[in-house]
Write a protein that binds this ligand. Structure first.
Ligand code: NDP
Length: 350
């Protein structure tokens, strides 16, 4: 064992950085694995900095009201990192800017960062053993899992084929692209995300179809009303995609829908197909060593605490949240996990 860490944090979204800030300030010298920039991670939707880095304007994160943030970013961020951010001509902080500020804040307090993925853990005994994507091993007295969740895609050959060429799972990342402007767009799903995506896409597209497999939305009433009151949104009930149509030059050009209530197939002319069919938490690397909920999220065993069933292992953010899924709640649970880890370390002789 080269070195024994107090706490290893896995993940680089709001939960991970918030845990880093708190654990650093508690003098725990945390080691945070932010993930690696690889083609595999890009394809799987698990690039460093989490889902927040794929959003555009951040309107609802407390502390960042509308305003010009250029000067602040210039003074707060390391310039070598700032030049990687897109120029921001909007009125709000962007997702990549917010998460970059969190990263910087964690560094300022002493979080040590490794740009690799944790691909294996051994939680059978303490100290825990972790292996990263470079094959290097680490030992730690405690672990905070903050690996987030990834958007689901329908498992159709044509969906995979046209991914990033009209098929997307993130309206705020891709909705403003020229390919969708003033053209019809389809959103798949009937939950709050589907409505939110459709509402956002209606700003750009000529029309937005919400394709739902049942005859009733799962979305909350307030969100459903948003869809019902938007003239550009039409809901197609009892339908699921059968095939995405398109060609190499234009990407997506249409969508064949089959009926789930015995109706004939239907073909729509659309320039984009957005998935809003839920998320899968990133827990594969745990290899069954931490208890999960029925939906596959990490189970927290004590109400209002971040403890998992493995003593010394804590979970924060979307990997353990099938309900709120907000940057602010992820950051909040990151803070909680660091405090829980600190108290665990103070009380336990590892
Ligand atoms: P949900 O799990 O709530 O909804 C997923 C939707 O996708 C459901 O309508 C489901 O259909 C449909 N679906 C799932 N799998 C398939 C499939 N294979 N084929 C076709 N349709 C499928 O996920 P969301 O991401 O919408 O929401 C997750 C959580 O985040 C919720 O708690 C939500 O309230 C919250 N949220 C809140 C927002 C807000 O309030 N502003 C915005 C976004 C999310 P079915 O209904 O038949 O199961």
């Amino acid at each position: 064992m080269d070195h024994l860490e107090n706490v290893v944090i896995i993940g680089s979204g709001p939960a991970g950085w918030s845990a880093g800030i708190y654990a650093s300030r508690a003098q725990l010298s945390p080691l945070l694995f932010e993930g690696a920039i690889t083609a595999e991670n890009q394809a799987a939707g698990t690039l460093p900095m989490g889902q927040l880095s794929t959003t555009t304007e951040i309107e609802n994160y407390p502390g960042f009201p509308r305003g010009q943030v250029g000067g602040y970013l210039d003074s707060a961020l390391d310039q070598t990192r700032k030049i990687m951010l897109l120029p921001n001509e909007g009125e709000y902080l962007s997702g990549p800017e917010l998460v970059e500020l969190m990263r910087q804040q964690a560094i300022n307090f002493g979080t040590n960062i490794i740009s690799a993925d944790i691909i294996e853990v051994d939680l059978k005994e303490r100290p825990f053993k972790l292996t990263d994507s470079n094959g290097k091993q680490y030992w730690s007295k405690s672990i905070i899992i903050a690996t987030g969740a990834t958007a689901n895609y329908l498992d159709l050959v044509s969906v995979h084929h046209f991914r990033n060429r009209g098929v997307s799972a993130c309206a705020v990342c891709d909705g403003a692209l020229p390919r969708f402007r003033n053209k019809p767009i389809a959103v798949i799903g009937g939950g709050d995300s589907a409505i939110e995506e459709a509402d956002y896409l209606a700003k750009f597209g000529s029309k937005v179809y919400i394709i739902h497999r049942r005859d009733q939305l799962r979305a909350s009433k307030v969100m459903a009303d948003r869809a019902f009151n938007n003239d550009k949104i039409e809901i197609l009930w009892n339908r699921v995609p059968e095939e995405v149509l398109g060609n190499e030059e234009s990407g997506v050009t249409g969508l064949i829908l089959k009926g789930t209530a015995g109706q004939e197939s239907l073909t729509l002319d659309v320039s984009g197909v957005f998935m809003a069919i839920g998320h899968t938490p990133n827990t594969k690397f745990l290899n069954g060593q931490v208890e999960l909920t029925e939906k596959g999220f990490i189970k927290r065993i004590i109400p209002f605490r971040t403890n998992t069933n493995v003593e010394g292992v804590f979970a924060a953010g979307d990997v353990a949240d099938d309900y709120y899924k907000q940057a602010i709640t992820a950051a909040g649970t990151g803070c909680m996990a660091a405090l829980d880890a600190e108290r665990f370390l103070a009380a336990t002789d590892v």
